[in-house]
Design a protein around this ligand. Structure first.
Ligand code: SAH
Length: 344
């Protein structure tokens, strides 16, 4: 027999260990009940905050001896006791850094986590097109792109946690590295709060790899001995412009296309020289990768047609790339000449 009761605002005491009761707790909370918990029969002695006469006791059989007596006492006072199944073993969540977009740049750990997953929640910046070749897991697009978040951050966290609580091995595949502008810390916290085991697999961040795709080293002996990675998502403050310009190293800006004009103007006001080399690298490691090289004075015009995803690099290291690429070109030319001469 099945019975539907509106539990909104009703006090429900759920008995059973945290592990065994986790799904019952979630179900009753979702039904609007005010849930209190008794996780061991011995706890009954010091059960101060427990409701004296709950609307219902939901008893999860976790195999601990002693529950019969506790439940018997509630039954005697006329409180109904409903038997609830114990939850199976919990799944876990793995936050995986997917790198800048090519499966070649996935780590070995990322590939094995994907292979073992039951469900993968992925972003558009992760190498999602190749996923069916890497895993048999259910694939769910939670589709983060600038200005386009079909599932809210809290919605994503809820989906992950719910799937893990239902016993699934969940992979959360993110672009680049989960801890670089990836909200990885928040997703880990959500898992911990829900009691879900969670681990993080670092990924190749676009902050370093996308400049590299264009031949730009973020540091170079004698040219730059530091690099700063900045989010351009929100416009920087005047103070930040001043500090950045004063550092004298390489500046790497992610999510910076929308605020490029503001940044370039701010850096000029902060005294950065107008011939400071700048590069915009769009769609690194993907079809249509493109590099636009200009300088602080000309970048706004030069990059007018640039779009996300793109990494902006400010600094003399951009010149190193130009020199290296020039050299590589020279090498190819020499090869061509050499093979022409040897008749190969
Ligand atoms: N966690 C990610 C960054 C997320 S923020 C990482 O570590 O790479 C998203 C920004 O990353 C984009 O707006 C863009 O600036 C940059 N980005 C990510 N992948 C990129 C790619 N393949 N080409 C260019 N920029 C990329």
């Amino acid at each position: 027999m099945q019975l539907s009761i509106d539990l909104t605002g009703r006090e429900v005491l759920i008995t059973g260990s945290d592990t065994a009761a986790r799904q019952a707790v979630r179900r009753y909370r979702a039904a609007g009940a005010v849930v209190s918990r008794l996780s061991s029969p011995a706890g009954a002695a010091q059960a101060g905050p427990l409701p004296e006469r709950p609307f219902l006791v939901a008893a999860v059989d976790d195999g601990q001896p002693g529950w019969a007596a506790v439940l018997g006492r509630y039954r005697e006072t006329g409180v109904p006791v409903a038997a609830e199944p114990a939850a199976g073993p919990a799944g876990h969540v793995t936050l995986v850094g997917g790198g800048p977009g090519s499966t070649e740049l996935l780590t070995v750990a990322a590939v094995s986590a994907l292979r073992d997953a039951d469900v993968v929640f992925y972003d558009r910046l992760a190498p999602y097109q190749e996923l069916p070749a890497l895993t048999t897991a259910d694939l769910l697009d939670v589709g983060k792109r600038p200005g386009h978040h079909p599932v809210s951050q809290s919605g994503i966290e809820e989906l992950m946690v719910d799937a893990a609580l239902a016993g699934k091995n969940v992979v959360r595949l993110k672009g680049g590295d989960p801890y670089v502008f990836g909200r990885g810390g928040e997703e880990v916290a959500a898992c911990i709060t829900a009691g879900v085991p969670v681990r993080v697999i670092s990924g190749v961040t676009s902050a370093i790899s996308v400049p590299a795709a264009a031949g730009i080293p973020v540091t170079h002996r004698g040219v730059s001995h530091l690099f700063t990675v900045v989010s351009g998502h929100a416009p920087l403050t005047e103070r930040e412009h001043t500090h950045l310009a004063g550092l004298g190293g390489t500046i790497v800006v992610l999510m910076g296309i929308g605020t490029l004009h503001h940044l370039a103007a701010g850096m000029r006001r902060a005294g950065m020289r107008v011939d400071m080399p700048m590069a915009v690298v769009e769609r690194g490691y993907r079809p249509g990768q493109r590099t636009t090289i200009a300088d602080l004075g000309t970048i706004t015009t030069a990059a007018a047609g640039c779009s996300n995803p793109a990494v902006l690099v400010i600094g003399d290291v951009v010149k190193v790339a130009e020199a290296n690429l020039g050299y590589a070109g020279a090498e190819a030319e020499l090869d061509r000449l050499a093979s022409a001469l040897t008749g190969a």
